[in-house]
Design a protein around this ligand. Structure first.
Ligand SMILES: *[C@@H]1O[C@H](CO)[C@@H](O)[C@H](O)[C@H]1NC(C)=O
Ligand SMILES: *[C@@H]1O[C@H](CO)[C@@H](O)[C@H](O)[C@H]1NC(C)=O
Ligand SMILES: *[C@@H]1O[C@H](CO)[C@@H](O)[C@H](O)[C@H]1NC(C)=O
Ligand SMILES: *[C@@H]1O[C@H](CO)[C@@H](O)[C@H](O)[C@H]1NC(C)=O
Ligand SMILES: *[C@@H]1O[C@H](CO)[C@@H](O)[C@H](O)[C@H]1NC(C)=O
Ligand SMILES: CC(=O)N[C@H]1CO[C@H](CO)[C@@H](O)[C@@H]1O
Length: 822
């Protein structure tokens, strides 16, 4: 008995102590080759997912998909201006719950890389800097300035302490293995002279003093002080070398695509090129790389930077804006990760050397005592496929591709040979029962009567102020109000109102009437507005509404770039006489009355008109009720017909909308993955179309039966074609060589309803445009039909056994399939 209870106590002690240490402490260090996790060199494949660009409800699935895609780590920036919108008033709620996000990463069994910055760039409003920084006299950001350094240290320390308190650092058993201070400062450091050098030393010392227990990194910082690891950002980083022989070669931003602007078509970076860049990096002794972005997401609210970054931050990432798997990018990279991981030991412990096999073709061998060798063969030329002999075998290496040979014998993967399906996404209605085709709208005008008479100003000045410091950036809008006395005259006079603005949008009113609106053209954010106006004898009201569309996030002194009518001049031109109003007494009012009153929140206190709905009427609020589309697929709202403004669902901001902004015609040429990717000139789609027509409505914003959509229309639009849709796979395609297996899946519950094309022979073309060649198996179509129709997924071996003889002579035979999902 005694013996037994002693034994039970021992058991209890053991159980308790193992509970206490259930999250084992992990040591993270590095040497010249790799990151060391518990003393072992590791290959780390990471991907960026920014927590505020999705919702907490989406996080677990995004992270799980990242894990299934072969990632070891999730990387995120920390968004200072979101967390501290008002000095010392913090927000870590909802999609700003950083701790919850890192814990989700931990729950999935992944590592986390925390890029605190707190400058983040990231196409995020003001690069993450709170607008109140500029309201501190004497403060200068990102340089040797005590006032800024104090603020930066306060915030950085708070984040580190928060992570430590929650036991989230690796030595505490948490997932965080790396932390970043500053961000791409090296790119712009020269603009700050010696003060910049002092600042970066300060950053390093401050960071090191926080004792995070894991290494710090700086990206694009060739003078990163030891022991901080200098890392590379770019489309390609294989030629990068860290600034210290004791630092490993890390790539913190591998741009999987590119961001989008309101005046530009959609960028796409081909899967073959991303895979090529990754394979080249690991071929040339890189050991940690991060996809920027793995999931881009959405710029909700007023978070997008720029100017002119769209609300969608899809980024052409492996997971699309809504969290859907983007194929073939996701699958093609997943396969690469699997093969790289199988080579891990050789890559981090082997010796390596490269030998030229042919013009532009190199084999890199990783070998060592007791190590299974691993090889890469790369063809680095933009054109000119190569067939090379190596170790007695022959390899076909297409131009701009890398083959991976895990045992230096068989090619297991080539970056240009895509075996993964292509998924073409479509939007479907999935309308709830008795949901009408056209929504029923009510409306109200933005109340401006008093504003247009110069009343309602909250402060005045005898000059034209810079919008951001004047408004604290709490709204896109700042009213500039003054009056002009046209005394000693008894007749009206036509004059020209001339306004010089630093951007981005200007609406001009004279005597209560909108006389014109102007939007900054492509890349030129300052412009002059001119319009003939009728001036009457006596007092005339000049009221100017300036609007911003995302604030600068990049460049030396980016945060001091003036916006709004800063400095003017504002003039009335009367024949040869100029009436300069710039130093008049100007009254200022920040934001719209509707924003102040939170018209976008459903409340019985807000009065709405029904009946005849005004269209093409600027400064109008619209409201409609709707039922959520059926099912669980991601929801978008189609805002075709609307002009420019902001949208809310159940009080949650979907971000800015601007479907009337048309993408320019640059870059929509044929897309060739070969050669260095250029986001501006290649592979874009949507030229001449609405820059963004569909806006993500996260499922978690929706309530069961009745939901409210509110739009603030600034430019004038008509809401009758606004409707809700869901996003899912519409068509799947695949094209694999004989000997490979083609897997097709519609995702979710959708099934393959029809095989539209199937050929086992020498067909050519791409998804949506396959063409039969000269030879084909007669039974292939039926075999594919039998294997796939009615199934959510199917797997077909590209072989004569499965598909019948192709009859092709002396050529490479392949299987091409296109099928519809429903
Ligand atoms: C990577 O290889 C290059 C070329 O051999 C060498 O100069 C460099 O020191 C290596 N870097 C690392 C981090 O191993
Ligand atoms: C480099 O390549 C040569 C020729 O293939 C080989 O003999 C040598 O062992 C290799 N060295 C290393 C360090 O792998
Ligand atoms: C404006 O100036 C021009 C040239 O200086 C002159 O010819 C013209 O008469 C002036 N017009 C008025 C209305 O003063
Ligand atoms: C294709 O599907 C089969 C059956 O589900 C699976 O075993 C195989 O791993 C898949 N292949 C790839 C490349 O995903
Ligand atoms: C097969 O193709 C190769 C290379 O294109 C060519 O040299 C050979 O003559 C061809 N053989 C036949 C039987 O057509
Ligand atoms: C140099 C630069 O633009 N930096 C950016 C690089 O990549 C992404 C762009 O999507 C940004 O987040 C970086 O900070």
């Amino acid at each position: 008995m005694k013996m037994k209870s002693w034994f039970i106590s021992l058991l209890l002690v053991l159980v308790l102590s193992s509970l206490c240490f259930s999250s084992f402490s992990t040591t993270v260090s590095y040497d010249s080759r790799a990151l060391l996790i518990d003393g072992t060199r590791r290959i780390i494949i990471s991907g960026s997912i920014h927590y505020p660009r999705s919702t907490p409800e989406m996080w677990p699935e995004l992270i799980q998909k990242a894990k299934e895609g072969g990632l070891d780590a999730i990387e995120t920036y920390v968004f200072w201006n979101a967390h501290e919108p008002v000095k010392r008033q913090y927000n870590f709620e909802g999609n700003l719950d950083l701790v919850r996000f890192i814990k989700e990463v931990q729950n999935a069994g992944l590592y986390a890389i925390l890029r605190i910055g707190p400058y983040v760039c990231a196409e995020w409003n003001l690069g993450g800097f709170p607008a109140w920084l500029r309201q501190i006299p004497g403060l200068q950001t990102r340089t040797d300035n005590q006032l800024f350094e104090n603020e930066m240290q306060t915030f950085t320390t708070m984040i580190v302490d928060m992570m430590k308190k929650e036991q989230l650092m690796a030595p505490q058993g948490g997932p965080i293995i790396l932390t970043q201070i500053e961000n791409e400062y090296g790119n712009i450091q020269s603009g700050y002279g010696d003060a910049g050098k002092k600042y970066i030393q300060w950053c390093a010392q401050m960071a090191e003093s926080l004792n995070v227990g894991v290494p710090w990194i700086m990206c694009q910082q060739s003078d990163a002080p030891q022991p901080i690891i200098n890392t590379c950002n770019g489309f390609y980083c294989h030629e990068f070398q860290p600034n210290n022989p004791n630092s490993p070669k890390f790539w913190t931003e591998n741009w999987t695509g590119w961001f989008k602007a309101w005046d530009k078509p959609d960028p796409h970076r081909p899967a073959e090129d991303v895979a090529y860049a990754v394979a080249r990096f690991f071929q040339l002794n890189g050991t940690l790389q991060n996809y920027y972005m793995y999931h881009g997401g959405t710029n909700f609210g007023r978070t997008s930077g720029g100017p002119y970054i769209t609300t969608t931050y899809d980024y052409d990432a492996p997971l699309d804006e809504f969290g859907n798997i983007r194929q073939p990018k996701y699958g093609h990279l997943k396969e690469l990760h699997t093969v790289l991981k199988s080579m891990e030991n050789a890559l981090v412990y082997g010796n390596f050397n490269s030998t030229q096999l042919a013009d532009g073709v190199y084999v890199t061998e990783y070998t060592g005592k007791g190590i299974t060798p691993a090889c890469f063969i790369s063809n680095n030329k933009n054109s000119g496929d190569a067939t090379v002999e190596y170790n007695g075998n022959s390899y076909f290496i297409p131009a701009w591709s890398v083959s991976l040979l895990p045992e230096c014998k068989d090619e297991v993967y080539n970056t240009a040979k895509v075996n993964t399906q292509t998924s073409v996404m479509v939007k479907r209605k999935n309308q709830a029962e008795d949901e009408p085709e056209v929504l029923t709208w009510s409306w109200r005008s933005e109340t401006m009567k008093h504003t247009l008479k110069g009343a309602e100003g909250s402060f005045t000045d005898h000059k034209l102020l810079d919008q951001v410091p004047a408004s604290g950036d709490t709204s896109d809008y700042l009213w500039y109000m003054t009056s002009f006395d046209y005394d000693d005259h008894n007749a009206d006079m036509d004059m020209t109102l001339s306004v010089q603005t630093k951007g981005h949008v200007l609406h001009a009113f004279v005597n209560g009437k909108l006389i014109g609106s102007q939007y900054a053209p492509d890349g030129q954010f300052s412009f002059t507005f001119e319009s003939v106006v009728r001036i009457k004898p006596g007092k005339n009201y000049i009221t100017l509404l300036s609007g911003t569309v995302g604030l600068q996030n990049y460049g030396a002194y980016f945060d001091t770039v003036a916006t709004g009518i800063a400095g003017g001049p504002v003039e009335l031109l009367e024949g040869n006489t100029t009436h300069d109003l710039s130093s008049n007494l100007w009254a200022y009012k920040v934001g719209l009355n509707g924003e102040d009153k939170q018209i976008y929140v459903d409340s019985p206190h807000h009065k709405w008109h029904s009946g005849s709905i005004p269209t093409m009427k600027p400064f109008t609020w619209y409201k409609a009720s709707f039922k959520a589309p059926l099912g669980t697929e991601p929801v978008v709202v189609d805002l075709k017909g609307m002009g420019k403004g902001m949208a809310w669902v159940n009080g949650n901001s979907l971000g800015r909308y601007w479907p009337s902004s048309i993408a320019n015609n640059q870059g929509c040429n044929q897309c060739d993955y070969r050669g260095s990717y250029n986001a501006d000139n290649n592979c874009r789609t949507g030229c001449g179309e609405a820059a963004q027509q569909w806006y993500h409505v996260p499922r978690s914003f929706l309530k069961g039966e009745l939901n409210t959509l509110v739009l603030f229309e600034e430019a004038g639009g008509e809401p009758y074609s606004v409707n809700f849709q869901t996003v899912s796979v519409g068509t799947v395609c695949g094209h694999v060589e004989e000997g490979k297996t083609l897997n097709l899946s519609c995702g979710g519950d959708r099934t393959i309803s029809e095989v539209q094309f199937a050929s086992f022979g020498d067909s050519a073309g791409t998804c949506g445009a396959f063409q039969k060649g000269n030879c084909d198996s007669e039974t292939a179509f039926a075999a594919v039909q039998k294997a796939c129709v009615g199934k959510t997924m199917c797997s077909i071996e590209a072989s004569e056994v499965a598909l019948g003889a192709s009859g092709c002579k002396n050529i490479t035979v392949s299987l091409a399939v296109q099928a519809a999902c429903s």
